[in-house]
Write a protein that binds this ligand. Structure first.
Ligand SMILES: Nc1ncnc2c1ncn2[C@@H]1O[C@H](COP(=O)(O)OP(=O)(O)OP(=O)(O)O)[C@@H](O)[C@H]1O
Length: 248
């Protein structure tokens, strides 16, 4: 389904004139199956969000490629509506001048669906993320964090994508809201038969929703483990990282 092949990414280091580059992603390869939820856990600065942007085709790798059902994600026509994202910062993810309805319809407009088709979908999408139709006319500043993130999720699933990248998607929410949103995400994954790439610091959330987990270290895959085997990771680094995250 989603195939990541020998991906590398570096950024310019230092000032404007500097030629030095900092290697962020180093020869990363993995696959995420249809309907699978693959977690990516790693320390801050290990390159998780950079990897997320490469998977979404927002950034181009220096080397290697990302294929969605065999086609390069860098081709706009291949990624449009077929891979989507929910980020941590839900407040800046929604255009403040858009109503909830307009925000949810945004990707459908990009797909050139008719206004009528789009409107009829919005009620259904709101229902699927646990919001009633009265939310349609509200603006982002009138929503709680949990409601705003639900709107972002509704927008992300509006095109029925094959794959969704969730980058710390529940991290800014209150714990009780996190649990509810995780439940919704789990239901939606079954309903839409989507694959998830679940980037997080939250080992409990990952254990709840993921099928397999990649332990990411310094831009590389340290270890990949089925979620049932999480207690039995092999590398010392993975053991230490998981211990530190569990005690947090
Ligand atoms: N556009 C960019 N230009 C230059 N450096 C960048 C850019 N994006 C990320 N970096 C650097 O890449 C490294 C990895 O950042 P990234 O945000 O991918 O890590 P992360 O694992 O997601 O961290 P966190 O968990 O704190 O969000 C950092 O050192 C960051 O400063």
């Amino acid at each position: 389904m989603l195939k990541v092949k020998e991906v590398e990414k570096s950024y310019k280091k230092g000032g404007f004139l500097s030629k030095e580059r900092q290697q962020i992603i180093r020869n990363v390869s993995f696959e995420c199956g249809r309907g699978e939820c693959l977690g990516i856990i790693g320390e801050s600065g290990s390159g998780k969000s950079t990897l997320g942007r490469l998977l979404l085709g927002i950034e181009k790798p220096d080397h290697g490629n990302v294929l969605l059902e065999g086609k390069s994600i860098l081709r706009r026509t291949e990624r449009l509506g077929r891979i989507s994202a929910v980020f941590q910062d839900y407040t800046s993810s929604i255009n403040p001048f858009f109503t909830v309805e307009e925000a949810i319809m945004e990707p459908l407009t990009a797909q050139k669906q008719s206004q009528q088709e789009q409107r009829s979908k919005v009620d259904l999408l709101l229902d699927q993320v646990g919001l009633n139709p009265s939310y349609k006319g509200k603006y982002a500043h009138e929503l709680s964090g949990g409601e705003a993130q639900r709107v972002c999720i509704a927008r992300a699933i509006s095109t029925a994508p094959k794959c969704m990248v969730l980058d710390e998607a529940i991290s800014s929410l209150d714990v009780s809201v996190q649990v509810q949103v995780l439940g919704t995400l789990k239901e939606l994954k079954e309903l839409y038969k989507m694959s998830y790439i679940f980037i997080t610091h939250d080992i409990q959330a990952a254990a709840y929703i993921c099928d397999r987990i990649i332990i990411f270290r310094d831009g590389q895959i340290e270890e990949t483990v089925p979620v049932q085997q999480l207690k039995h990771v092999r590398s010392d680094y993975a053991k230490k990282l998981l211990d530190s995250l569990i005690t947090l």
